[in-house]
Design a protein around this ligand. Structure first.
Ligand SMILES: Nc1ncnc2c1ncn2[C@@H]1O[C@H](COP(=O)(O)OP(=O)(O)OP(=O)(O)O)[C@@H](O)[C@H]1O
Ligand SMILES: [Mg+2]
Length: 322
């Protein structure tokens, strides 16, 4: 049985948040968040800038106090019991937070000491980490001289030295090239195989698709959660691919239409989201264009995760505006 399958039992939750909220003055960064993260999963956090991903992660680590609500993380109440949780979790911050004027080796040794690892354990774990994360040749380099991808690997190595049961990774691969991102995700799945639960925020749709489950936040509110395929199947919009010789005209003509939720241009084509309630989506869009004298090829197409993201975040906006 895989870790993800084991995680289906509700008694096997790594994280359970109940009404978790956090304000900063007038800004409600996280609002009444109910979240369940089963053990042994890679659980993704998606959301526009400022939607509350980092704040939620910091609340779950016990680094921030909630304004309301609470969470149970690996059996510990947060914020009450956060001190004992510290040794069971690894947290990778959104910005590089290791010491730039210390070498790779010195950084790892420093973190290992913070976690109170014995000398023998420090030596063994650091040696493993250098090998596993391809940092051996860089061990005497200052962290400040590493490339973006090398820094991410060092941060992950540091966050896993004490073998945490739960890893909270805040945009761990931002500004990293595609191959390095793939390598990084291979390393994450290797950790999952060993029983680690991972909560990871990302803006990359290809990464989101690799998660067992996803939560999508918008303005501090959970607007969708589920397995990526399920989220695509449950989408309340249909996707129409429009191809024409006048894509900018198509864009302007459709932008004004009430039934058009969003339009994204891809070269000469457009992805158009319309609610299922319009009936036959491709014919509906073709009709809208014909009415303003534009002939275009319109075809129904399967939704992508990016379509889901756009649909749920825009829906929550229009509900708020209404
Ligand atoms: N320490 C703070 N003081 C005041 N406001 C804050 C603080 N931290 C976060 N916020 C606000 O809370 C909201 C949520 O921010 P948060 O950093 O959690 O978003 P995010 O989803 O991680 O965004 P991004 O994708 O840009 O990293 C934003 O409006 C932000 O300005
Ligand atoms: Mg953030």
């Amino acid at each position: 049985m895989t870790g993800a399958q084991q995680g289906n039992s509700t008694s096997e939750l790594a994280i359970e948040a109940r009404g978790l909220s956090r304000r900063f003055g007038d800004v409600v960064a996280v609002s009444g968040l109910d979240l369940q993260v089963p053990k042994g999963m890679v659980y993704g956090f998606l959301g526009p800038n400022g939607s509350g991903k980092s704040t939620t992660i910091r609340l779950l680590c016990g680094l921030l106090l909630p304004s309301a609500g609470s969470a149970r993380v690996l059996g510990h109440e947060v914020p009450g019991d956060a001190e004992r949780l510290k040794h069971k979790i690894g947290y990778m911050t959104q910005r590089f937070s290791l010491y730039e004027d210390m070498t790779v080796l010195e950084n790892l040794d420093f973190i290992a000491r913070i976690y109170g690892l014995s000398r023998a354990l420090r030596r063994a774990r650091i040696s493993d980490a250098l090998q596993q994360y391809g940092l051996g040749e860089l061990q005497h380099h200052f962290a400040g001289t590493l490339s973006g991808g090398q820094r991410q690997r060092l941060s992950l190595a540091a966050a896993t030295l004490h073998r945490p049961q739960l890893l909270l990774l805040d945009e761990p691969t931002s500004a990293v090239d595609p191959q390095s991102r793939r390598d990084f995700w291979d390393a994450l799945f290797a950790l999952v195989e060993q029983g680690t639960t991972i909560l990871v925020s990302t803006h990359y749709m290809d990464e989101a698709e690799r998660c067992h489950r996803l939560a999508i936040l918008d303005r501090g509110v959970l607007v969708a959660d589920g397995a990526p395929l399920q989220l695509m199947a449950d989408m309340d919009c249909a996707v129409v691919l429009v191809e024409s010789s006048v894509p900018r005209k198509v864009q302007r003509a459709l932008a004004a239409q009430e039934t058009v939720r969003s339009i994204t241009q891809l070269g000469m084509r457009q992805r158009v989201l319309v609610p299922h309630t319009v009936g036959r989506p491709a014919e509906h869009v073709r009709g809208l264009l014909l009415a303003v004298g534009i002939e275009a090829q319109c075809d129904d197409t399967a939704p992508s995760l990016e379509d889901v993201f756009v649909a749920v975040t825009q829906a929550s906006r229009s509900e708020k505006a209404a």
